[in-house]
Ligand binder design. Structure first.
Ligand code: FAD
Length: 572
């Protein structure tokens, strides 16, 4: 029987018994990304979502990381996303001022989307990626993701549908769905269920996971406004994010449509515990630097509490949690959604591999083992940054707005401090590319420690567990565009016979492509020191060496979750 016939039979058998392979609860950015990636891998997926079809989310996230854009590129939706949001020539810079209409103290240069692929002069211009970050609000991002997802074969979105609960057994999950228009209830069966149902996740509670960490890091009174005259009042070039630092009130403002809509964050001070006890209008005027004759319309109030919470488990047998359902932290460095998208990428290929039959069920143990420590670490990066920013806000010099030379000195000095602290969060290379999986049951470690990373900095590396280093191939393509959807063995020396590994993979139906890497990228040889590097479906290194391992079958078993740990776990 051929492999194709085998996998078709497997699929038919599954669908005879289950309504769908995977049921995702929640069509936020994380649920949609997971659904798209699973469908792209040939998995049947259904997504239940409370909201109406086309109903936008709250105006929250404004930054899509380079790493997320790499994922969207592979899914074929990066170009559509890049073309949405702010006008193409609207500056994506971050500007620090006394007030939004006041004097500029510092500016972090980030190219507008028209120049994003070509302008490498800014502090994130050195990043080794084909997809730089993108500044776009969630209200524009989600409809693009939704339209792309909805058009994919094998992917069904059930709007106005609430997942009320589920039960599971060894074979699958049965969930109860309620139609929010008619009140009608029905059941749906799936092999797996994934809760991408946000911070208040009911799925998290149902799997018995508890959030641990810091319940309150920062309270923020946020207001989404329409103010058509604001751009005209600015003395400085507009920016995507505009921070105000003055002794009356510090806050910031994100440009949403680049014309008249803005999201204003008023960072409450210690002791300001109740959102409504703080004069919203007065604070907005302090942040903008405008008087009572300035008019604006409140579109919505978006107050939120920044936390640092990570779930103590991401899974109970066939039910998983992903994204805000499993971790919540202050959106410093803009990395809440982006971390959730990274969760989705990690879980998706492992789940698809198990469903397609080439991985052992134990492969799914890697999800929590890999993602939980990373999200814990990112939560600390974000919280530490939020605390440092709080201290900086409290240290705004009294003479920051003083006219003349004395004020100039204060402004220049504080501007430097603002730049130095904040360039790290707005150009967070470490969060994008530096994280590595160091205690995974499906990675073949070789004793070398992965390079440490910070919020902003990282060192590209082939140490197993790291992100597969990105290079440009001789034909100009991004390495990532040449990788297969599953495992890819990168070979830097065509003389090495890799037949034994290819055969071992084929024997277990593990999809493995071999890519002979031809690159004249100056930097690659320092990074790719080994002649063979095995890149996982999520572009992390699974193994490397100058020759095949003595027992290629052992390596194949390890990377498909059927390694020695499996036998030990089964014996236990
Ligand atoms: C002010 C602010 C700024 C932010 N900025 C950034 C940023 O710049 N970058 C960044 O990465 N992150 C940012 N974040 C965080 C980001 O908004 C979240 O991390 C992201 O929305 C999480 O996505 P999600 O899909 O996990 O959850 P959500 O976006 O919360 O989506 C969950 C979905 O599940 C649905 N749902 C819930 N329960 C059920 C149910 N029982 N049945 C069916 N459907 C259900 C909901 O309707 C919702 O659509 C910010 C957050 C805030 C508050």
């Amino acid at each position: 029987m051929s492999k194709d016939v085998g996998s078709k039979i497997l699929k038919r058998k599954r669908l005879e018994r289950f309504d769908t392979d995977v049921l995702i609860v929640g069509a936020g950015p994380v649920g949609l990304t997971l659904a798209m990636d699973l469908a792209w891998r040939g998995v049947q997926v259904s997504v239940a979502e409370l909201r109406h079809r086309g109903e936008p989310p709250n105006v929250k996230c404004n930054h899509v990381s380079a790493r997320s854009m790499e994922i969207f590129r592979r899914l074929g939706v990066a170009a559509a996303l890049r073309n949405a949001g702010l006008p193409a020539d609207y500056p994506n810079d971050v500007s620090y001022r006394t007030t939004a209409t006041g004097v500029e103290l510092a500016r972090i240069a980030i190219p507008s989307r028209a120049d994003r692929y070509t302008d490498r002069s800014g502090p994130d211009g050195w990043w080794p990626t084909a997809e730089p970050p993108h500044r776009i609000n969630q209200i524009y991002l989600e409809p693009v993701l939704f339209a792309h997802a909805e058009a994919m074969p094998g992917l069904r979105i059930l709007n106005r549908t609430e997942v009320e609960g589920f039960v599971q057994d060894d074979a699958g999950v049965t969930a109860t769905l309620r139609d929010l228009e008619t009140g009608e209830k029905r059941q749906i069966t799936a092999r797996y269920l994934v809760g991408c149902d946000g911070g208040k996740s009911e799925i998290r509670k149902a799997i018995g996971a508890k959030l641990h960490g810091d319940a309150v890091v920062q309270k923020v009174q946020s207001t989404f406004i329409r103010a058509p005259s604001l751009l005209g009042l600015m003395k400085e070039k507009p920016a995507w994010a505009t921070f105000s630092a003055n002794p009356r009130r510090c806050g910031n403002m994100y440009a949403i449509d680049g014309r008249e809509t803005w999201l204003i964050h008023n960072y409450l001070r210690p002791g300001e515990d109740d959102f409504e006890s703080v004069d919203r209008d007065q604070c907005i005027r302090f942040i903008l630097g405008v008087e009572l004759d300035f008019t604006y319309e409140v579109i919505s109030k978006e107050d939120w509490i920044g936390r640092r919470l990570v779930a103590d488990r991401f899974r109970d047998r066939r039910a998983f949690i992903c994204g805000d359902a499993s971790h919540l932290w202050v959106p410093m460095a803009g990395y809440g959604m982006n971390a959730g998208i990274a969760d989705a990428m990690n879980l998706s290929w492992q789940m698809a591999a198990e469903l397609k039959g080439w991985a052992a069920p134990e492969i799914l143990d890697a999800y929590e083992a890999e993602r939980q420590p990373i999200t814990e670490q990112v939560s600390h990066f974000a919280m530490n940054h939020a605390i440092a920013l709080g201290k900086q806000r409290a240290a705004v010099p009294d003479d920051i707005e003083m006219p003349g030379a004395e004020g100039d000195v204060a402004r220049a000095q504080f501007g430097r401090q603002l730049y130095e602290l904040n360039v790290n969060q707005y150009c967070c290379g470490g969060l994008n590319f530096g994280y590595f999986y160091d205690k995974s049951p499906i990675i073949a470690y070789d004793g070398e420690q992965a390079p440490a990373y910070t919020l902003a900095d990282f060192t590209a590396s082939t140490v197993p567990g790291c992100r597969t280093p990105h290079v440009r191939l001789c034909d100009g393509r991004s390495l990532y565009d040449a990788l297969g959807p599953d495992y890819t063995l990168l070979r830097f020396d065509r003389a090495i016979d890799v037949g034994a590994l290819v055969s071992a993979a084929a024997a277990c139906n593990v999809p493995l492509a071999v890519l002979d890497v031809d690159t004249d990228d100056k930097d690659w040889s320092g990074i790719y020191q080994e002649k063979l590097v095995l890149s996982r479906p999520d572009q992390h290194v699974a193994w490397r060496g100058d020759a095949l391992p003595p027992d290629p079958q052992q390596l194949v078993d390890l990377i498909r979750g059927a390694g020695p740990g499996r036998r030990e776990r089964q014996a236990a």
